[in-house]
Design a protein around this ligand. Structure first.
Ligand SMILES: *Cc1c(COP(=O)(O)O)cnc(C)c1O
Length: 421
């Protein structure tokens, strides 16, 4: 099946007289005929469902759909994108380990990796996406367990060279984890370029309607966890009566460990109703992504030609520094554009307050056009010097193009530009 078909049909196949739409199984638990039946599922939790803290039929239908869209063997949903990245790392790193991440990642992930994981004894070593192979290799230590990057970075909008980083990670016997939130599997399938694990914040394009926070981890099933670097996946898990994930579950070792061990213990699993809403978003993902990309390219070209704009970052533009990587990895560059208005913060604020169709909100990838001023909102705690160091110009605007008619979006921009000198 092609992506648009998978969006509608993967994960749920009703049989004779069953409901057309995936049912909301709003139940914390499941009934068994006998104690022996329950015991059998405790021995092998893949046999049936026990408890909705780590498995539920509505959520699992969505997991299967996302796994098929990414071309992976299985997936596990989480209550947020933050939880997805947290569990993706904790599944293979413990206190005393390190991992490598590019610096061009979401601000929330920088906090998680650089501060909170550090308190748990896990070190994140940051390298720039532009680092040479030698510089990246130099960041590896004997305790390094993974490499991490974002397909299209939020908010830098740089494009991650997945193949290059995957090669280096594999040379050191560790997996490449890719946060594919902005691209979605419609614009990029990181597994095709060597990534081993994919994560998403489903709160963005996958949900698409700004309805609910969520995340997902997808396993390619391709990484060899028995290469000596990951004893926790090979040796008996004493918290699971001595089970070896690799021996018992082969290709699904990583994702089943994440579910049976981490999700069991942390319990950040979405409710059935949330998964039902996420599924509605996923059903139209392929058609929506096409339209976001088309609208955003039109808006990016308009901004590039506007003399009140100093610079535009959108990998779909021919003279963008990531255009060559975008051509290699992406079928489109999503709806998010970053641009810098001449005249700094004063003009950026005037411009934003003069918009009426585009709403001022702390979100991106909504179905409606929305806009954010990093210097006075998400990055407001930083001093002017820190803003420069973080690559945030005070005239910078992050514009998330929605699915309105692009003529109306351009008219709104015209009006807002007219409000500044
Ligand atoms: C938003 C976002 C996250 C965090 O996801 P939440 O669902 O808000 O927890 C992680 N990575 C990227 C790239 C994001 O854009």
């Amino acid at each position: 099946m092609k992506d648009a078909t998978k969006c509608l049909h993967s994960g749920y196949h009703p049989k004779n007289t069953e409901p057309r739409v995936v049912p909301i199984v709003q139940s914390t638990t499941y009934v068994f005929d006998s104690t022996d039946d329950v015991a059998a599922v405790f021995d092998d939790p893949t046999k049936a469902l026990i408890y909705s803290r780590f498995a539920n039929p509505t959520v699992m239908a969505v997991e299967q759909k996302i796994a098929e869209l990414e071309g992976g063997v299985a997936a596990m949903c989480t209550t947020s994108g933050q939880a997805a990245n947290l569990l993706a790392i904790l599944n293979i790193c413990r206190a005393g380990d390190s991992f490598i991440s590019t610096t061009q990642i979401y601000g929330g992930t920088i906090n998680l990796f650089g501060f909170t994981l550090k308190k748990l004894g896990i070190e994140c070593i940051f390298v720039g996406e532009e680092a040479t192979d030698e510089e990246i290799e130099a960041a590896f230590k004997p305790n390094t367990k993974a490499v991490f990057g974002e397909t299209i970075a939020n908010p830098a909008l740089s494009v991650f060279d997945i193949e290059r980083f995957a090669k280096i990670a594999h040379k050191h016997g560790v997996p490449l984890i890719v946060d594919n939130t902005f691209a979605t599997p419609i614009l990029c399938k990181p597994f095709e370029f060597g990534a081993d694990i994919v994560t998403h914040s489903t709160s963005k394009y996958m949900d698409g309607h700004a309805l609910q926070i969520g995340g997902v981890i997808v396993d390619s099933g391709k990484f060899d966890w028995s290469n000596g670097n990951f004893p926790e996946l090979v040796e008996p898990d004493e918290s699971y009566h001595g089970l070896s994930y690799v021996k018992e579950y082969g290709k699904m070792a990583y994702i089943l460990k994440a579910r049976m061990q981490l999700m069991r213990d942390f319990g950040c699993y979405p409710a059935a109703h949330s998964a039902f809403l996420l599924n509605l978003g996923l059903e139209t993902l392929a058609v929506r992504m096409k339209q976001y990309c088309e609208n955003a390219l039109t808006v990016a070209k308009y901004l590039e030609a506007n003399d009140k704009v100093e610079s535009v970052m959108y990998p779909g533009l021919e003279n963008d520094k990531c255009h060559a990587l975008a051509k290699k990895y992406l079928k489109g560059c999503s709806g998010v554009i970053t641009f810098v208005i001449k005249g700094g913060k004063a003009n950026a604020v005037k411009f934003m307050d003069a918009l009426s169709l585009a709403s001022n909100e702390v979100h991106v990838a909504d179905i409606r056009t929305c806009v954010l001023h990093p210097a006075s909102e998400t990055h407001r705690q930083l001093t002017d010097e820190q803003l420069v160091a973080a690559g945030i110009n005070s005239g910078m605007v992050r514009f998330s193009v929605g699915l309105e008619d692009v003529e109306d979006i351009l008219a709104d921009l015209d009006k807002a530009f007219a409000a500044i000198d």
